[in-house]
Design a protein around this ligand. Structure first.
Ligand code: KG4
Ligand code: ZN
Length: 334
């Protein structure tokens, strides 16, 4: 079969990224332009600034990607773009750009669910085997699903309130670490001990998660200590929070591995960059004799390579979008 080259675009949050992916697995070129430093000044992503910066940078990112690949847009077989979930204004910049390229170069347009993109990040260096358990852990989502085949999901559970990444970011802020909170909590926790007693988020036998209670516990603890004039042991609090947050994922994953007997596990989304989490989930998978897929660090956080990987099965099925493709702020795996 002829090789398939997909030009993929990702602008759902604060990374303007483009990639050319060959046959769904080989990253020919990847450019990620992050706006993180700008948003860090505001303590979080400012949607209006994010979409403006995407609009300013998107052509530069295209030129850079084509240069790295030594290719032209006319050389690719399709244009893929993440269209949900994410910030509407940010998504729209990528979508309109993708539509324009699709129209001008007469290439099919593929719409990719960003969350599914995170899962397919694992199909770049490795080959996914089904059925698998997918744990999607990002700034906006915490979902556990069975993936039976390409694009065939059965949702087992999701967060009832905050996503795990959101909890990392909010807890970091209240402890006094800058945005993005996740990596800063991870770094701090390396020098801390799990010495603050924090309750388990959801102590039940469902596959649902809850992180707002845990977040509130940390906020209350910080406020109470301040009122008493006590110093917070920042590293210890970061470590205690991270331990409980990750333990919750491990408990639910254990339950699913035990009940379903599935032997493949994928972790996906920005929070999967966390080394402590990777390690703990690894131990659970070892216990159940299951294979764990973890994306390379580069492919954990938002990037267009994963969008190109996720677009490939859609290209093969000829699941193309027309120019009515629109951005959707919300979206789950199913
Ligand atoms: O997938 P992602 O890049 O964007 C969304 O689709 O949400 O995930 C971003 C989230 C943020 O909440 C960030 O704090 C978290 O991933 N994150 C981490 C780490 N790196 C990124 N959380 C914990 N530990 C990390 N090392
Ligand atoms: Zn993401």
């Amino acid at each position: 079969m002829k090789d398939v080259y997909i030009l993929a675009i990702e602008t759902s949050c604060d990374e303007t990224s483009m990639a050319i992916v060959k046959n769904g697995h080989e990253v020919v070129a990847l450019t990620i332009l992050t706006q993180m430093d700008t948003h860090a000044m505001f303590g979080g992503v400012v949607p209006e600034i994010a979409s403006r910066m995407h609009a300013e940078n998107i052509t530069i990112v295209l030129e850079d990607t084509l240069k790295k690949a030594n290719m032209q847009v006319s050389d690719v077989d399709a244009i893929a773009v993440s269209y949900k979930p994410g910030l509407l204004g940010s998504l729209l910049v990528g979508i309109e750009f993708a539509k324009t390229l699709s129209y001008v170069y007469d290439k099919p347009l593929i719409g990719v669910n960003h969350l599914i993109g995170h899962i397919y990040a694992n199909n770049i260096d490795d080959r996914l085997e089904y059925p698998l358990l997918a744990l999607v852990i990002s700034g906006g989502h915490t979902e556990l699903a069975i993936m039976k085949d390409d694009y065939d999901f059965e949702l087992l559970g999701s967060t009832l309130d905050d996503a795990i990444g959101e909890a990392f970011d909010k807890v970091a802020r209240v402890i006094g670490y800058p945005y993005p909170g996740g990596p800063n909590i991870e770094r701090a926790a390396l020098n801390g001990n799990n010495s603050y007693p924090l309750p388990k988020p959801v102590d039940d036998d469902t596959y649902n998660f809850s992180y707002s209670g845990l977040k509130s516990q940390v906020i209350n603890l910080v406020n109470n200590e301040k009122m008493r004039g006590h110093e917070i042991r920042k590293e210890d609090l970061a470590c205690s929070f991270q331990t409980v947050a990750v333990d919750e994922l491990c408990r639910k994953l254990s339950l699913a591995l035990d009940k379903t007997g599935i032997k493949y596990v994928v972790i996906a989304g920005g929070v999967s960059a966390n080394k402590y989490l990777r390690n703990e989930i690894g131990k659970i998978c070892d216990k159940f004799n299951a294979k764990l897929y973890i994306p390379r660090f580069l492919y954990c956080t938002d990037n267009a390579a994963m969008i190109g990987a996720a677009a490939y099965p859609l290209f093969l099925k000829k699941e193309f979008k027309d120019f009515s493709l629109n951005a959707e702020s919300h979206g789950d795996l199913v």
